[in-house]
Structures are given as C-alpha cells and as structure tokens.
Design a protein around this ligand. Structure first.
Ligand code: IVH
Length: 674
C-alpha cells in the first residue's frame, strides 16, 4: 500500500475511533492503539507534507500561536433565549405560543439540557469544517477554528458529504471531572485555578495558542442548526427539531440522550423535574432546560422578537446545592454593626462558582437548623445571591461535631452585643469605635457601585487601618501624604501605590448619588441615593435636610427619612462631610435634563438588558426629563423588559402598563442619546 492510501486509511480509522468514543460513547479502540496509529499518521505526514489534509486527526493537536482572531458574521444570528423561572412561567410560555398560533390543542415540544458552556457556530462547506465562530454579540463572533479543531467531539469532516453550506450550533463545555483534574494540577503548581467550567471552556476557545486549548480537553454538544444552504436539504433538518438532532448525530456530532418530545406542556414539566434530580450526576454543568416548539414550520410562524425566538424558552433552575464540610463558624461584623455567623467551608463548586464561605444568616437560624462545626452541610447558591448553608446532613454527623455558641461580645471590640426588640440580629452598639464596623464601612465606600476605588482592596484597607493610615472615610483622601510609607510596605511597589493613589484621586468626582450611597447613611441604597440627588441636586442642600423635606421625596419613606435625619444631625457625620469636601471631593451633581420629552414619565427597566446597561438607560431617561424607578406600580408609564424579565414584567402586564423591548425604547430616544 502506498503512503497516500495508508494515510487515508489511518485518517478514517482514527476518526471512526473518535466518533465511537465522543459521539456514540462506545469506544472500541484502546488508548495505546489509538496513539500508535496516530503516530504512524504523523510520521507519514511529516515525510510527505503534501498528504496532510485539513481534516486529518493530526490537525487536532494545535498549531502555532496566532496573533488574533478574525471577526466572523454569522449567516443566521445566534439569538439568546428568554428565561422562565418556575413551572408557572413555563406554562405561560405554552399559553403565549398557543395564543400566537391561535391553537387550542396541545403543541408538540422538544426539551433538552441547557448546557452551561460557551456557544459555538461551526460552518461546514461541502462537508469540511471551515469556520468555527464564537457567539460574540450574536451577529458577529470570532473565528477560532484552530482552537475548535482540538475539540475531539467536533468533526473536522461530516460523515455524509453535504454539498453547500451549513452552520451547526452547539455548546463547548468542560466536563466536571476535567475541571477538577485541571484545577488540582493548577493548585499544585501554585497557579490561579479556574473559577468554573464555563469560564474554563470560554477562555479555552480564546487561546491564541491552540495547544493550550487542546490541554483543556473540551467537549462539544450540538443543539441545532443555523443557516442551511444545501442544494437539497435533507427532510430531517427542516421538519422537526428532534429529527434534526438525530441527523446531526449521524453527521458525527455528539448529542445528549437526555431530551424529551412531548405533546403538551405537562410532559415537559415532568422532564424538567427529572432533569433537576439527574443534574448532580451529569458529567457536565447545566443551568436549565431549553424548551423548543418541535415543528420547524411552527417555529417559522412564531418567528422572533428583538429578545429572542418566540418558539423557545430557557427554564432556569432556581438554585444549585452541593455537599461540603463545614470547618468552622466565625462571626462577621457588618458596617451597621450586625453580627452574622459565617461558615468556613471546604471549597466546593456550586451554582457556577467555587465557594469557601457561606452565610448562616443569624444565630437563631444556626440553632433552628442545628448546624455544627465539623458537619457535612448542604450549601446553596441561587443566581448571584450570597451562598448560604441550607442545613446539616444528619446521617453524616460525626460525634466530634460541636455547637457554635452565639458570641456575647463583639469579636472586634469586645463591646457587649445587644439584640434589638423584635430583630433576629445581634448588634455591636459601638458604631463609632468598632474596628470591624469601620473596616466594613471602608470596604463599602470603595465598592464598585459606590466610589469605585480600584486597587484599594480588603486586605489593604485592613492593613492601613492597623497601621493607623486610615481613620475615618475622609482619611482615604489623605493617603497621598503618606506616599513614602506606602511604598515601603511589602507587596506595594511604587507603581501599585501610584495606581491606588490615582484611583483615589479619580474617585473625587463620582456622581453625587454614588457618594451618597458610599457614605453608609442608614437605609440609603443605590436607588434612594438617586432619588435624593435628583430631588435636591447638591450636597450642600442635602446636608441641611430635615425629615419634613425628606418625606416629600418620591421613593423615600418615613423610616428612611428618620434615619437620614439622625445621620445628618450627628456632628461627626457633618465633620466627615466637611473633611471630604475639604479634601477635594467634588461629586458631579445630578445633570439637568437636556430635553423634556419624557417629562412626567416613569420608566422601569427589568430583565437582562443586552443592548445597553441599566445605568446608562436610566441616565438617558433622566436626561430627557423622565424618572427611573425600581418597582412597577400604577404610577409606572413604561416597563422596558430584556430577556429573562420575570415578576416586574408580569406586574406590568397585570396593570396594563406599556411594555417595550430594548429596541422600542431606543427608538423613543433622539439618535445618539444612548
Ligand atoms: S437553543 C434560538 N439549546 O443558551 C435558539 N441553546 O440563551 C438558540 N444553550 O448562548 C439557542 N444549551 O449557547 C439552545 N440546548 C440548548 C442550549 C442552548 C445551551 C445556550 C446557547 C445560548 C444560550 C441561549
């Protein structure tokens, strides 16, 4: 046999082995046999470079690093999906579909896993993989072909030669086992570990050196097609979602067997429940179930909104739980003096991140749940919420597990703790002298949504407090007088000192609402800070306000007004304001509107906004003379809903408030406002 024929034979044998391993999950070749044949092919190709083909398995090991990726415009946009939280919202989706189609009878749905990875669009031309693009903004992504080729579940050539072009869509994921293995190696080498498998997968796709991608051992699961530009598209691809998926498997893609076709939504609800219970034992992370109308014809009739397809929805699981060991319970003192028990945990991957601390809320809760040090506990993390300990696993309790007693004095300043009537929190009453409260106040002040002082991290704050460099909030702005001392501290080179000091300088001109939020005035959060700034315009006015002025502000209730008044009456706080102003803090005052087109109109933004940020949208509403609010009421004029909008959208529908999508909102603004 000549080299060309042998190379062709080896290519096909190796790809067949690959297919059995990655797609059929039924390997029939040992790793050592695979390696032996692989090396033989490499040798032939090295001796005869002209025999190397773009679909050769040898192309999977990665190529020389590239300097960047070229943008790729998807033939059919990669839409995102609306979310449904809970059974009710899934049923509402079914209602909407039937209403839209004008059908009483049950719709046939196709439901499958929602893989938690990075989406990918693969273009095959005459059967050969030619482009592998990331999602990007949905219209244009980046072509990361050399990286995608290293993913063994992505066929380099389709198993049936389809003449023309086709986009195959799916998700690149990292298996949990690979994630754990790679992280164990990383931590052994003292390197930063991956935060979660999704980041590891998405980051892997964007490596400039595809050998690095190869090391991440990524997988790919197909879930659909984009453009189908084939002379005679096979029926399977154009009739049913379920048939298209099976056909993709025949073409060489791995698809998961966990899916369900059901006439009517009830069967889909059952499937969701089943997936919920199977989730922990799946080899990869999922964050929900995607429900699609099975008929492609009906999909077409339903079409898309600006947010996504009307024919599909993503059911999102409410929370994720995991087991881990609770090592210790310690207490944390917040900036208002609230004492919270916190669990120190063996790090565990839950809800998309690795968690090593979780809140236990308060000591009543610890007692009620009977959580002890040394217990195996259930940790829960829902969405972006702070992780919490749900409770102990009693069957696994060791005889050494010990109860943690509520402290009687503050761990930071030893002041006896108090418990206010009717409240569950223990509180350190030493609001002026407690170092823990002070430290929390600083951490709040520098936060991203407050003064946003990057580089002044938690560790530095505590260090500077210890050294007496920081005393009250205004002392942040005097740190520059200690430049020499700071440079002398270990880990604080000259350039990082410069960075911190310039970040501090920059923060002097943050918008007024941010300063108000940063100050830690009782009950003044992001929104009420905005309300105050809007109503009174500048700090000079605000610092002289009384309760009577405050209650007139829309959005400020009696309790908040009282809290603000008390805070303003305190001489130390007035001195703090003086010191801040003296140090050069000059908050940018609320901008005067430049137009009155939204005068008297209140907007509420909800859901995941994809075309602009909530902050920018609210700022432009104000610029146009309108108001932005946080909750929907009879006084709301417009609700602008992005994907995943939930209860606020429902309330708006109920109250008959006008609902806009992001594009419709943009269309109301003068060109270039946002
Ligand atoms: S279908 C037009 N199916 O979820 C329909 N998407 O918000 C497009 N995803 O980034 C998507 N698993 O990459 C679909 N089984 C699945 C999926 C899935 C994960 C991702 C997708 C996209 C996001 C949609």
């Amino acid at each position: 046999m000549d080299s060309a024929a042998r190379a062709a034979e080896l290519r096909s044998t190796l790809e067949q082995a690959n297919y059995r391993y990655y797609v059929l999950d039924a390997p029939d070749m040992s790793d050592s046999e695979y390696d032996r044949l692989f090396r033989e092919l490499v040798d032939i190709e090295t001796a005869n470079p002209e025999l190397r083909t773009p679909d050769s398995p040898t192309q999977r090991v990665g190529t020389l690093p590239v300097t960047g990726f070229t943008p790729h415009r998807h033939l059919v946009p990669m839409l995102s999906l609306d979310n449904a939280f809970g059974e009710d919202e899934v049923r509402q989706f079914d209602d909407r579909v039937r209403r839209y189609l004008g059908t009483e009878g049950p719709i046939e749905y196709f439901a499958e896993l929602k893989f938690d990875g990075a989406s990918m669009s693969l273009t095959y031309e005459d059967g050969l993989l030619t482009i592998a693009a990331t999602r990007g903004d949905g219209t244009t992504g980046e072509n990361v072909l050399p990286n995608a080729k290293t993913i063994r579940g992505i066929p380099l050539r389709l198993r049936e030669t389809l003449l023309g072009r086709i986009e195959v869509r799916g998700e690149v994921v990292m298996l949990k086992s690979v994630f754990d293995e790679l992280n164990a190696e990383k931590s052994e080498r003292g390197e930063q570990v991956f935060a979660n498998p999704r980041n590891a997968a998405a980051g892997g796709l964007r490596q400039l050196d595809s050998r690095q991608t190869s090391e991440r051992k990524l997988n790919f699961f197909a879930y659909g097609v984009g453009a189908v530009e084939l002379g005679l598209p096979p029926n399977e691809l154009v009739e049913l979602q379920s048939a298209a998926l099976k056909y993709l498997q025949e073409l060489g893609f791995a698809i998961r067997s966990e899916y369900k076709v059901s006439k009517g939504i009830d069967g889909i609800i059952e499937f969701i429940q089943w997936v919920g219970s199977a989730r922990p034992s799946l080899p990869f992370g999922i964050d929900g179930v995607v429900i699609k109308v099975n008929s492609k014809d009906l999909q077409e009739q339903l079409g898309n909104t600006a947010r996504g397809p009307r024919w599909a929805i993503a059911y999102k699981f409410p929370a994720e739980q995991a087991f881990t060991k609770l090592n210790r319970i310690f207490v944390q003192v917040g900036r208002t003096g609230n004492v919270t028990p916190v669990a120190d945990l063996e790090p565990v991957y839950v809800g998309g991140v690795t968690v090593s601390r979780a809140t236990l809320h308060n000591f009543d809760d610890v007692e009620r749940k009977d959580v002890r040090e040394g217990d195996t506990v259930i940790v829960q993390r829902a969405g972006d919420v702070i992780p919490e300990v749900v409770g102990p696993v009693l069957e696994k309790r060791s005889p050494d597990a010990v109860r943690a007693m509520p402290p009687t004095v503050c761990p930071a300043c030893e002041t006896p703790l108090v418990r206010l009537e009717g409240l569950v929190f223990l509180k350190c009453p030493n609001s002026k002298g407690c170092p823990a409260q002070l430290s929390s106040a600083f951490k709040h002040f520098v936060g991203r949504k407050m003064m946003d002082i990057e580089g002044l991290g938690e560790k530095q704050i505590d260090r500077f407090l210890d050294l007496g460099y920081l005393t009250d909030l205004a002392s942040i702005y005097r740190l520059k007088e200690r430049r020499e001392d700071l440079v002398g501290l270990d880990r604080m080179g000259e350039s990082s000192v410069e960075n911190v000091l310039s970040a501090i300088e920059e923060s002097k001109t943050r918008p007024l609402p941010r300063l108000l939020f940063a100050l830690g005035i009782p009950d003044v959060g992001e929104r009420s800070a905005q309300d105050l700034a809007r109503a009174f315009g500048n700090l000079e006015r605000i610092r002289k306000l009384t309760r009577d002025d405050l209650v007139l502000v829309d959005g400020i209730g009696d309790k908040t007004a009282r809290g603000i008044e008390q805070w303003l009456e305190d001489e130390d706080n007035q001195k703090l304001l003086n010191d801040l102003l003296e140090a050069g803090v000059a908050p940018v005052e609320a901008e005067a509107p430049i137009s009155d087109i939204f005068e008297g109109k209140t907007f509420v933004f909800t859901g995941k906004l994809e075309k602009f940020t909530r902050e920018d949208a609210e700022a432009s509403v104000m610029k146009m003379g309108g108001k932005a609010a946080g909750s929907v009421s009879a006084k709301t004029h417009y609700v602008v809903a992005g994907p995943g909008a939930g209860s606020k959208l429902a309330k708006a529908e109920q109250l008959g408030v006008a609902i806009l999508n992001e594009d419709e909102f943009l269309a109301m603004l003068p060109e270039g406002t946002l």
